[in-house]
Design a protein around this ligand. Structure first.
Ligand SMILES: NC(=O)c1ccc[n+]([C@@H]2O[C@H](COP(=O)([O-])OP(=O)(O)OC[C@H]3O[C@@H](n4cnc5c(N)ncnc54)[C@H](O)[C@@H]3O)[C@@H](O)[C@H]2O)c1
Length: 372
């Protein structure tokens, strides 16, 4: 007689009840994960164990009428990881993204996650992952703010007012204790205005929509960038104040002199080394065009910046093995392109809470496997 395998199904409502929106707790859990990353107690996909995930992208045109076509932020992505420490769990986040979803009343991306027993591979949970992913994404800038922002930062600038931009601010505002104002720029002014209204009511601070990217960036002590790929975010380095922290959660370009004088800290330099080697395998004209932080990859390739093997990751700053902020004047760019270890770690935390609270639906894979 084989073994019965059951797993927990958690829909979006269940995830909320089990605390997926608990930003303050997620920031602490992510700080713990950063330490595991620095020690190397994790595995991600690919030969180098540091891959962000494997993407399914589509051609610009196709002879097959049903085949999806290329478009901004249009992809499917599978993001597997093993996370060690007290987590000791495997999992995969899987999503489809299409900007056109907005016109259908859907979010840009639709996400689910599976957690698995790291030993047997049996599923532990199948969960709705939209909130999980936004919160885990937003909390990384929260940890970045905790360790890299200048104490006394008073103004936060948000470039883009989508769900990810809002989640980033929700974490930053908790960590920047002197924050008095948020300035928001979005190419859709009405989205920036709505976010400003929401932020003023929710956090009790001054909040306004800016008329231009320059106005917004010049105001910020902390600048959070989380725009989608519909319009390029191109900044002038002079707009960034002395002592500022800019966080790339979405794609962003700043002129080269900025990177020559500022300090760059990565979410995980090893993952970016893997991205970098993918770019090197592309034809010259296609390299370093798309992705978060590609401009720095190009500068590394052109030997204007030191190689990624010498780069500092936030986990190293937290564990004291790498140098973080050294003065109130220093400008820092924190680049975070997201990793499945966040999804697996935060997902596991919410799953454990759901079990403790008796939330969710238990589903059966089998009473006993047909073949074992
Ligand atoms: N680093 C990570 O871990 C991570 C994880 C998830 C998503 N992301 C990135 O975050 C981005 C935003 O995600 P979302 O779900 O909020 O998307 P969304 O499409 O729901 O919202 C994006 C917002 O960006 C605005 N925008 C686009 N270009 C802009 C520009 N040049 N200037 C100002 N505003 C601009 C849009 O008007 C929109 O309001 C995605 O494109 C994705 O690349 C990063």
């Amino acid at each position: 007689m084989g073994k019965c395998t059951e797993f927990l199904y958690l829909n979006e409502e269940d995830m909320i009840k089990a605390g997926v929106l608990d930003t303050a707790h997620c920031i602490d859990v992510e700080e713990e994960i950063f330490k595991l990353l620095s020690k190397g107690d994790y595995v991600m996909g690919g030969d180098g164990h540091n891959s962000h995930g494997i993407a399914l992208t589509f051609p610009k045109e196709s002879e097959f009428p049903n085949m999806p076509l290329d478009g901004p932020d249009r992809r499917f992505l599978a993001m597997p990881a093993y996370l060690g420490g007290r987590f000791n769990v495997c999992g995969v986040k899987w999503y489809g993204s299409n900007i056109a979803n907005h016109s259908k009343g859907l979010p840009r991306s639709v996400l689910v996650e599976v957690l698995n027993d790291a030993d047997t591979g049996e599923p532990l949970a199948f969960m709705s992952a939209n909130l999980l992913s936004s919160v885990r994404t937003g909390c990384v800038p929260g940890v970045g703010t905790r360790h890299l922002a200048r104490k006394g930062a008073e103004v936060c600038t948000c470039i883009a007012a989508g769900p990810v931009g809002k989640a980033c601010f929700d974490a930053i505002v908790r960590e920047a204790s002197a924050l008095k104002e948020v300035v928001i720029y979005d190419i859709k002014k009405e989205a920036a205005e709505a976010f400003a209204k929401e932020a003023a009511a929710k956090y009790g601070i001054k909040a306004r929509a800016a008329d231009s990217m320059e106005e917004a960036v010049r105001a910020g002590d902390i600048v959070s960038v989380a725009a989608s790929a519909v319009a390029k975010v191109q900044l002038d380095g002079e707009w960034l104040k002395p002592g500022s922290l800019i966080i790339f959660t979405g794609r962003c370009w700043i002129d080269e002199p900025y990177f020559l004088s500022a300090k760059t800290i990565w979410d995980n330099a090893k993952m970016h080394e893997e991205y970098y080697s993918h770019h090197l395998a592309l034809p010259e004209e296609e390299r370093f065009l798309n992705g978060i932080g590609v401009q720095t990859y190009r500068m590394i390739y052109e030997k204007k910046l030191p190689p990624l093997s010498e780069a500092v990751s936030l986990g190293d700053v937290i564990t004291g093995t790498g140098e973080g902020r050294t003065s109130d004047e220093e400008r820092i760019c924190f680049i975070t392109s997201g990793m499945p270890v966040w999804d697996v770690g935060w997902g596991f935390e919410v799953y454990q809470k759901a079990k403790e609270m008796g939330i969710g639906q238990t589903l059966k894979l089998w009473d006993s496997p047909y073949w074992s």
